[in-house]
Write a protein that binds this ligand. Structure first.
Ligand code: HEC
Length: 179
């Protein structure tokens, strides 16, 4: 009986706590005010595990295909570079102002991307990238491009992002030029 009472009290406290958080306005949603380390860790783990689970059965096409690679550049430059940057660029208004901040795809080993030469890791990363580009990430600046773009165009951007850290600013200009 005592256990039931204790659980009931705990449940009431939890409901009051959640209610206070939701209705009092004490939670700061400002993007220029970082999460506490614990909240950041919780959100990051939730995001990483969610994306890994949702993307694990995706079949990766040949990302070295020249047509695919060449067609991804213009889309990337037009739709993604404002947030995810390009070779030679250190920051943009978007990359500085957004929280969580968009990973910089123009450099190797950004904190978000766990790049490695291991093929299995590369394929897992391609699956995750494809899934994120298609579905977006809730409550972040990352849009779901799958609503307006087919899978082939999304794979082309996945292929382009893989090559991006190796490109010089000049090569980037050539590969992103719209014919
Ligand atoms: C308005 C800014 C914005 C634009 C435009 C944008 N993104 Fe993002 N993107 C983000 C943010 C912010 C994140 C990080 C979200 C997070 O950490 O929860 C993100 C995350 C990602 C990730 C996941 C990276 C990882 O390893 O976790 C991929 C892949 C990605 N974006 C690709 C793209 C592509 C491709 C485009 C263009 C079609 C694009 N993004 C356009 C803001 C943007």
């Amino acid at each position: 009986m005592n256990i039931i009472k204790t659980l009931l009290v705990l449940a009431i406290i939890a409901v009051i706590g959640a209610g206070t958080m939701i209705y009092s306005g004490i939670v700061n949603v400002a993007a220029d005010e970082p999460h506490s380390a614990m909240v950041y860790w919780m959100l990051e783990q939730t995001r990483e595990n969610s994306i890994a689970k949702a993307s694990k059965d995706i079949k990766v096409p040949n990302l070295e295909d020249a047509d695919l690679l060449l067609s991804g550049g213009a889309d990337y430059n037009f739709m993604c570079a404002s947030c995810h940057l390009q070779p030679g660029q250190k920051e943009s208004d978007m990359s500085v102002g957004l929280y969580p901040s968009p990973p910089n795809f123009a450099v190797e080993n950004d904190e978000h991307s766990h790049e490695s030469n291991n093929n299995e890791d590369k394929s897992a990363e391609a699956k995750k990238h494809f899934w994120v580009i298609k579905h977006g990430i809730k409550a972040s600046g990352m849009p779901a491009w799958g609503k307006t773009h087919d899978d082939k165009r999304i794979w082309a951007m996945v292929a382009f992002i893989q090559k991006l850290p190796e490109l010089t600013p000049e090569q980037y200009q050539i590969l992103t030029a719209v014919e």
